[in-house]
Design a binder for this molecule. Structure first.
Ligand code: FEO
Length: 404
């Protein structure tokens, strides 16, 4: 690899991680990239570093443009390990450089490094740094998605270095949206954006809306958004901005995700007639078996559907463990603007569906009750009941969907 020019005298110097499949528990079937950017101006400036495994790669890429000892400024937009665990390697090559970081970032970074040996300047929203022909404007984005997070806007280039925001976990030989759409597809890029938002940014919809409004109020003219993961938005950066706003405002496809697990296939047998009922009501449907699907994919499918039916057998009077795990994960993501119900099979006492409802209410979703429970194994009559249940749920989903 070598540096890739993204604007005049601005280079991508990051790394492509083709092999990562487990990103702190989040499945990344497409791999990812750790993007960082080098600006060749009077004061040579590096924006972010990369995950520790790729320190040598980014240093090699920087060297393809300039001797790293000439870097004068290192901007750290976010201290999470995938972006800041090469800070030590970079600073070793240019120990007199100045680090620009938020106050919360500085406090976090000192848990990883001895900062006394480095020049550190803390910045806040509205602060600027003149590096020659260019001016960098810092924008704090606390809790998007860590307290320390910020973005950096380069006025003269209309370029927003957006850190995790607007990123995607995609490893690709190409760097830009227009190239990716040509060699792969817009649908795949869209899917990766939704996947990233659902698994990382879902809890922060209100903050995202407020931050986008703040950027609009500042009147920043943006013609390129360069995130720290995946593809750079140069063809139509407004498209991803609008997509984020839509998701933050509660837009979702009119679709139902049936997300279930099963012991002896009885709960599973309930899903087919339910899916048919949902489809016959004119609503799209997808069916996800939890034990056969990575958690992050199930989360994405949940987020990409207005309605969700949770299917769980009863095991020892409670929910099936994989269903409990999914709902616990979902609770942490604080989903909004979704409607849900539950169903499942049982052998004697029951209890799984009741517990699923308790958890769905705790999450704060709109609830459709009662759920549906089937004893041991669905009979032919039960299959009709499942069909009717799916159809009735889809009707409720349609009514709820009209609110958005
Ligand atoms: Fe890509 Fe929050 O780190």
């Amino acid at each position: 690899m070598k540096a890739i020019r993204i604007k005049e005298d601005i280079y991508w110097v990051g790394a492509i991680d083709w092999a990562v499949r487990d990103f702190h528990g989040y499945m990344t079937p497409r791999g990812t990239t750790y993007n960082n950017y080098l600006i060749m101006d009077d004061e040579i400036t590096l924006l972010d570093t990369v995950k520790y495994d790729f320190a040598e790669t980014t240093i090699k890429n920087i060297k393809s443009v300039v001797d790293p000892s000439k870097i004068k400024n290192l901007i750290i937009n976010h201290i999470e390990n995938d972006h800041a665990t090469s800070v030590g390697d970079i600073m070793q090559l240019t120990p007199d450089a100045t680090i620009y970081i938020t106050e919360k970032g500085r406090k976090g970074l000192e848990r990883f490094y001895d900062l006394a040996r480095w020049n550190i300047k803390t910045v806040k929203t509205g602060d600027t740094l003149k590096i020659g022909k260019r001016t960098l404007l810092f924008l704090e984005t606390p809790m998007l998605h860590w307290p320390d997070s910020m973005m950096t806007y380069i006025k003269e280039d209309k370029l927003l270095i957006s850190q995790d925001g607007f990123g995607q976990h995609i490893a690709s030989a190409v760097r830009f949206d227009d190239e990716f759409v040509t060699c792969q597809s817009m649908a795949e890029l869209d899917d990766a954006v939704v996947d990233y938002y659902a698994n990382i940014l879902m809890p922060f919809g209100q903050l995202i809306k407020a931050k986008i409004a703040e950027v609009q109020k500042l009147g920043l003219d943006i013609d390129m958004i360069a995130p720290d993961h995946g593809i750079i938005w140069r063809q139509n950066p407004n498209k991803v901005l609008q997509k984020y706003l839509d998701m933050a405002n509660g837009k979702a496809p009119l679709r139902v995700a049936i997300i279930y697990d099963t012991m002896w296939h009885s709960t599973e047998m309930m899903t087919s007639p339910m899916m048919q009922g949902i489809k016959d009501e004119g609503v799209e449907c997808t069916v996800i078996k939890l034990r056969a699907t990575p958690m992050s994919v199930a989360i994405k499918e949940f987020w990409n559907s207005r309605g969700c039916l949770i299917g769980t057998p009863t095991l020892n009077n409670i929910m099936y463990p994989t269903v409990a795990e999914f709902l616990t994960h979902l609770r942490g993501l604080r989903p909004k603007n979704r409607i849900a119900g539950a169903f499942g099979s049982y052998g004697w006492g029951g209890g799984g569906v009741k517990e699923a409802y308790e958890e769905l209410k705790r999450i704060g979703l709109e609830i459709v009750e009662p759920g549906l429970q089937i004893l041991y194994k669905p009979s032919l009559d039960d299959e009709t009941t499942c069909y009717d249940f799916g159809r009735a749920f889809a009707k409720q989903v349609k009514t709820y969907h009209e609110k958005f």
